[in-house]
Structure formats: C-alpha cells, structure tokens
Write a protein that binds this ligand. Structure first.
Ligand code: GLN
Length: 484
C-alpha cells in the first residue's frame, strides 16, 4: 500500500479496494515502526487522523470526495494547524498550540487529505541539514549516518521512507529542493506568490514559499493544484488562475530548450553528482530536447547576498518572540528587560541567534547602505541573469546540491561550508522563480537530485518536464533498504 502513488491511492479509495481508515492505520503503523530510527515527526496526531479518515470514508461513500479525499499527508511543523502544536522546530514554540490553520493547511484539508502529524525541521527553517532542530537531528533513510538535508528534512525523510505518501515543505533558499535531492524524492518550490504564506511561520518573508514534497512529479502536480491560489490574507499572494497541473503532465517535450549554466558545473561540484546530472540531460536529449550552454554570471554572489537579506528579514520577523504574548517565557524574570533577554536567550538555538545578530547588524543605521541596500541591488542583478537566460531557453537544469547527503555532524562546526550547500538553489529564491528537484541517480547509496528552474509561473511546464523524465527512468520509484 505504501508504495503506491497518490493517484493510485485515490483510485483505490474510490474503487473501495481499501478505506481511508485502513490506509491511515497502515501509515500510522509505519511511523510507529520506523520513526524511532529517523526522527522525522515532531508530532503524530493519531486520533485526529483516524477521525478525519472516517469522515473521508463517509464522503467517499456519498460520492462527495475531493481529489485527495482520504489520503494521508504530513505538514511541516512551520504551518499553523488549529489545536495542534506548531513548534517550527524551536524550543521557543514548544508550547505553542496554533489557534488557526495556515491557508496551505485549510486548502489541503478542503481537498480531503488526512493529516498524520507535523514533520521535523531545522529551527525556524534555518539550516541545510536538519541538525538545528530543538527536537534533534533527522536521519536520512538511505543511510542513517547521513543528514536528510534541510530545512524540510523531516518531510523529505518521511516521504522517502514511505511513512507518509506526501508532505508539505517550505523553501526560502533551497529547503524543499535540497532535502528532496538528498532523500531521493521530488519537490517543487513554486513562483513567489503562487502559494499563500498566511499561517506559515515567517523566516524571510520576501523569499519564503511553500510547496509539495512527494515521490513523483505526478503526485506533486495533484498537490500543487490543491495548495495554490490567491489569498487576500497574504498581500504578496498573486491573483492569477490556478491551472490543473495534472492536465499537462504528458505534453510532448520535443524541441524543449534546456539551458545549462556553466557556473553550476564548476569547482565545488562533486564529479559523481555531475555525472548523474549529465546522464539525466542525455536522457532529455533522447526525448527530443536541445541543450544550450548559458551563463548566470552573478551566481557566486547569491549565497553572500542571501546571507544579508535573509537574516535581515529574519531578525525583524523573530522580534515577535519576546516571552510576552506567546511562546517560551523564562522562569521568574526580575524585570521586563530580564524577561526579554532570558526568554530569547533560552528559547532560541545557536543558529537562530547567529542569524538574528547578522540581521540586526546589517540593518543598523551605520551599515544599512553598505550591506542591506547593496544586497538589494545585487538581488536585482541575480534576477536579471535569469531574465536574460529565459530569453534563450525554456528551462534551466543543473544539480540541486553540490554533493550527495553529507554525514551528520560533518558541517555543524563550520556555518560557511554549511551555507554553501545551497549554492545552486538560493538564486532561485532571490529571483522568485519556480524550481524543482527530482531524483536522478546515486553516489554510492546516497541519492542525487536534478534541479529544474523555470520562468515565472511556469510550474506546469516544470512538472511536465519532470514527469516525462520519470516515465522513462525509475530513480523516483527506488526505495531505501529497510523501508520496503
Ligand atoms: N539552508 C538555507 C538557510 O539555512 C535555506 C533554508 C530554507 O530554505 N528555509 O537559510
């Protein structure tokens, strides 16, 4: 049951080959059996899941089912879920029960999903390895000595190990694509504004975007159709019709122009990852695509620019955690200042504090022009690179990550090396473009992800291009040993 795609599960439910309650019990059982090894969930909402599954079964019986009715799903613990703990991976919110649902959550609930629980993540989504979580590191199901990537590492590990058929993720600088790559699953970060950020705990508001993480492009298409759309409660949400992303999956891609940026294949890229990506490109040529060499000359500026813009926005967004209104509060504060200092000092982890300090520094009066303003200008140059590239090509391809999964502990003492794991993903967020990662081979037993970058609102085309590849390859169908 757990090896089936979402479309197959939906079909099985409609044909009454199984009930949503059976399906839900099956996946809950898998979580119980395997998650001790992986630590991919922070909260499992067993009772609520069974209640939702029974309700879905009734709707299915009455023929009122939505496209995802009765299908088990997990939400990254960054999305507010009414009545359920929403921790964002932080001690700061360990006691926080969200009073309302994020739009992503309510939209998916309306489409019929049954939420099994909330997945582990880097604290406030800051990280590339899922080691900054207050709830402990997540392990990669392909090799439990390895990280699953971050920050949506809990979602990626849970989907790869078939503890849940699909999950949500968020991507500020790579947090859907990089863990999808490292865990051998498929994930898409849509165009900025495509999916509402309402109720999604803010990290860097001008970069944050939610998207689905599943085993295939076909499954991502079903989910993205349900998640997307205008929301008056998010002022950056774009009012533009949502296509049925499943409808165009099978379009022919003959004549497709693929741009290969030379900067994505240079120093720092593991040659074994490069070989897997090149083999995938060769597969696309067989499908009739044409390859064009391109350049994104400002690529090297993306990581340094991001580490000014993202911390600046984070320092402002995280100012709300003051020990007063909600979240962690220190014991016996002696006065207001002590309350602020100790609540924040004790509630936040080291990486979050580092970002708040960088952000506060770059926004301070004497340094604003030198750092923050400069970074905004560079951000424009990075976007212009893509604009020019999309005048020549339909899609850009390259690796999602310079290496396959690294070992737990390997980069934790060296933040700059850790930051460089997002070297191929961050520019996409700076420009607000859609990007995706799909499984394209292995380095030893650790998966490699192929990244596709599209023009604004070209999600349908990205999913189509990914699906065509998945019809002729089986990387996305491989299952880590021990989780069959
Ligand atoms: N790894 C990047 C960071 O640490 C991106 C995180 C994300 O996309 N949420 O900021």
């Amino acid at each position: 049951m757990h090896n089936r795609t979402l479309a197959e599960l939906a079909q099985a439910l409609r044909a009454k080959h199984c009930s949503s309650e059976e399906l839900t019990r099956h996946f809950l059982q898998r979580i119980q059996q395997h998650d001790g090894q992986l630590n991919s969930f922070i909260t499992v909402t067993e009772e609520a899941a069974l209640t939702a599954a029974r309700a879905a079964d009734q709707r299915l019986a009455r023929g009122e089912a939505g496209p995802l009715s009765g299908i088990p799903f997990a939400q990254k613990d960054i999305f507010c879920t009414q009545g359920v703990k929403t921790s964002c991976g932080s001690k700061m919110l360990d006691n926080f029960i969200a009073p309302y649902d994020a739009t992503v959550v309510s939209k998916l609930n309306e489409a019929g999903v049954v939420m099994l629980g909330k997945t582990n993540m880097d604290e406030f989504a800051m990280g590339s390895s899922n080691e900054t979580s207050f709830y402990g590191a997540v392990k990669n199901p392909w090799d439990t000595a390895a990280v699953p990537g971050g920050s949506s590492g809990g979602s990626a590990a849970a989907v790869a190990a078939r503890l849940v058929p699909a999950a949500s993720g968020t991507d500020t600088g790579g947090s859907i694509r990089q863990p999808a790559a490292l865990c051998g699953i498929t994930g898409i970060k849509p165009t900025y504004g495509r999916v509402s950020r309402y109720g999604m705990i803010a990290f860097a508001s001008s970069l944050d975007q939610a998207g689905p993480m599943a085993r295939s492009a076909e499954d991502c298409a079903l989910l993205l159709t349900a998640m997307s759309g205008f929301d008056a409660r998010d002022s950056t949400s774009v009012d533009r019709p949502v296509p049925d992303y499943s409808a165009t999956l099978n379009q022919d891609i003959a004549g497709l122009k693929i741009g290969l940026p030379k900067e994505y294949f240079g120093a720092g890229l593991d040659p074994r990852v490069a070989a897997a990506v090149e083999a995938a490109i060769a597969e696309y040529k067989k499908l009739g695509a044409e390859v064009v060499d391109i350049s994104l000359p400002n690529t090297a500026l993306a990581v340094p620019t991001y580490y000014v813009v993202a911390p600046a926005e984070a320092s402002s967004n995280l100012a709300r955690y003051d020990g007063v209104r909600f979240g962690y509060r220190c014991d016996a504060p002696k006065d207001l200042l002590d309350l602020y200092k100790r609540s924040r000092g004790e509630g936040f982890g080291a990486e979050v504090k580092r970002r708040i300090m960088i952000g506060t520094y770059v926004l301070s009066a004497g340094y604003y022009d030198a750092y923050y303003l400069k970074a905004q200008q560079l951000r424009q140059l990075i976007s212009d690179d893509f604009k020019q590239a999309f005048e020549q090509v339909d899609v850009i391809m390259g690796p999602a990550s310079p290496t396959a999964a690294f070992n737990i502990g390997e980069k934790m003492d060296d933040p700059v090396t850790m930051y460089l794991s997002d070297i191929y993903t961050i520019a996409v967020n700076m420009a607000g473009l859609p990007g995706m990662s799909l499984p394209a081979g292995f380095v030893g037993q650790r998966p490699v992800g192929l990244q596709l970058i599209g023009n604004y609102f070209d999600e349908a085309r990205l999913l189509n291009i990914a699906h065509r590849y998945q019809q002729v390859t089986d990387w996305h169908a491989r299952c880590p040993r021990g989780f069959e």
